[in-house]
Design a protein around this ligand. Sequence first.
Ligand code: SAM
Length: 255
Amino acid sequence: MSSYIGRHAELYDIFYADKPYMDEAAFVHSCLQQCSIGATHRLLELACGTGSHALALEKFGYDIVATDYSNDMLACARRKATQVLSTVDFRWQDMRSLDLPGPPFDAVMCLFDSIGYVVTNEALVEVLQGVHRYLRPNGLFVLEFWHAGAMLHLYDPVRVRRYLTPDGLVLRISETTLECARQLSQVTYTIYELHNDGAYSSLQEMQVNRYFLVQEMAGWLSTCGFVPLKWFDGFAAKEHITEETWHVVAVARRQ
Ligand SMILES: C[S@@+](CC[C@H](N)C(=O)[O-])C[C@H]1O[C@@H](n2cnc3c(N)ncnc32)[C@H](O)[C@@H]1O
């Protein structure tokens, strides 16, 4: 069972139209430049979604394989790639059981908290072992995760957002409950679309995501053969993580 199915995938870029993907890609590029040992040219992205980070990073000259397990998200990514004549290789992959051809990668990235869709310890280890297998020695892993510090005391049980589109109005209601012991949030998205011609449609999708603490993630990374190098408060050079940090960007080196 994947997430972002059907119309939900098609609406994804409307929901995140304000997300500064180009700036975030520039930050990832600067991390790779600063932390790399040896040349970094070939990148693998896990859970690439509609491909916005991969398409932005390609502009820095990387050769990129970008993967996801939602065929509907990949279809959006491939459509965008065609429009900009991109050569990013978008492929279906479940990050828990990577199976890719070709030589090892110089860097792997998994952004926008996608690692949180992997909710059990066993599956998390499968992902990290897979990343280790596909990275060259000293290759870098850039990982963004949802931070338990902010999640546990700042989360909104109900969020409502409105998006105006050329076709009409989209309303997204996100209802969240937390399961603290398993570090999980369950979010039910209810989405209503009111089209300019008066037509109306709705959909609902439930997603479960895990949140992590820094020392916990450091432990998982070390156990799976990585040396954590940096912990950033989002895509910014600030390395001070607080209980108000929602997204942690980690950079780790494969041993
Ligand atoms: C919040 S979206 C992030 C997408 C993209 N990284 C971005 O920054 O816009 C999470 C993505 O993770 C993907 N995903 C979740 N679990 C996955 C898995 N086990 N293997 C591959 N992709 C997965 C979903 O299909 C979705 O595209």
